[in-house]
Write a protein that binds this ligand. Sequence first.
Ligand code: NAD
Length: 484
Amino acid sequence: MAELTTYKNYVAGAWRESAGGTFEVRSPGDGSPVYRAQRSTVDDARAAIAAAREAFESTEWRDDAGARATALSKFSAAAQEHHEELATLLTRESGKPYRISRDEALRLSETTGYFAGLTRWIFGRSQIPQPNSISLILREPIGVVAIIVPWNAPLALLARALAPALAAGNAVVVKPASYTAGSTVELGKILEGIPEVPKGIVNIVTGPGDPVGAELARHADVDMVAFTGDTTTGREIMRLAAGNLKKVSLELGGKSPTIVFADANLERAIRGAINAASFYNAGQVCIAGTRVLVEASVHDAFVEQIKEVVPKMKVGPGWEKGVEVGPVISEAQLQKVTGYIEQGKREAVLVTGGHRLTDGALAKGYFIAPTVFDRMRPDAKIAREEIFGPVMGITTFQDLDEAIHIANDSVYGLVAGVWTRDINKAMRIATRVRAGSVWINTFGKMFQSTEMGGFKQSGLGRQYGLEGLFEYTELKHVNIQLEK
Ligand code: NAD
């Protein structure tokens, strides 16, 4: 048998082992070992921060927009060239369908390409506020940015922070989630081959959230932490960051509504609710629209269709052809999701699914039958908490006001979807629902050029687009007094 790859940390342009040893990553699809990675310590996190600080202070990276544009273009091209290897690894480590992994690897390339194009477009302003006085408003990099990423879409979520942080001239330390450390460390190999990126500008350390991520969030020499993950962890990041008042960008959890009016194209709405909102990536998606609000008059027709389609979805490891729903990431996630399913059986009416799948080879992985609950009350636990698994809940509403009320009755505010042929209803929902993105007659569309982020406890700050670039900059006012 081929020996297992052991990934090392990438610090100051060199590959380093940690004194903390290594950990093994096994595929959630069949339990087979995939690779080992460094179980880093606080010392490794500190070494990476020091390397980033040194590179930021001592190289011309921060001032050389041309070099940064070239570097990001080369990164984008290399990610495109290697997208199949990256996608294969992503599917092995996370179990997700290859098609989703491939889209994600390509998204990494597109996002770095988009921000490569913006690198020379980071402008400030100038003005004459008084006679003989000229003011320059400069847009500068923040300094050392720590980027902490979850496992559910590791490459896409890393790219939307890494690319703008680098485009703006920062130095970074990246900490991936342990389940998907390998695909992120592979990016270090790509960056190593790009001469325009000075050593130490990008550092990657793997290992546990606490202490590695916590040290990055706490350390006084880190100027910003860009975090994507659970809302509870986000709150802890903010607390740790308060020590030196570092800037935080938080992309957190959600419990998003998909609102279906009686006048919608029902077939498309059902397909959207199933494929885009609830079961994509086995429901392990921050933007999952798993609170499906259906107008009462079409409720029965909607549920009949769901009963037809959902039980036929193909569940299996992502490397098998035709798989629509992969495993959940881990034993712990399996326990968490099945716990919510048992709760749902007490709170609502089970329509389909509702159990772990263990037939044949599925017994080796963490597979859950796509599950749908009907008659989900808005105050039910399964309606209020993020499940992060293949579970949809259906709630009926009588009119527009009730739909808006239920949609907003959540501590989260990440996204929302609405299906209707009436532009008035669609726009009322779009303007009154408190969420960072609203989709009308579609779900889940995100573009590099359009901002996304959370209202309420779904986060702080925006990713993608110009605002997503400016997150990684500081404004400075320089005033010049002219002699008369
Ligand atoms: P998580 O919060 O457990 O972990 C995310 C990252 O934080 C990991 O790298 C982890 O090692 C690290 N971490 C954990 N504890 C830490 C600590 N004390 N200090 C510093 N770092 C720490 O989240 P997860 O389970 O990996 O991901 C799922 C969550 O991410 C869901 O809640 C999901 O909604 C959210 N998410 C949000 C978005 C978004 O754009 N809003 C996108 C994807 C995922």
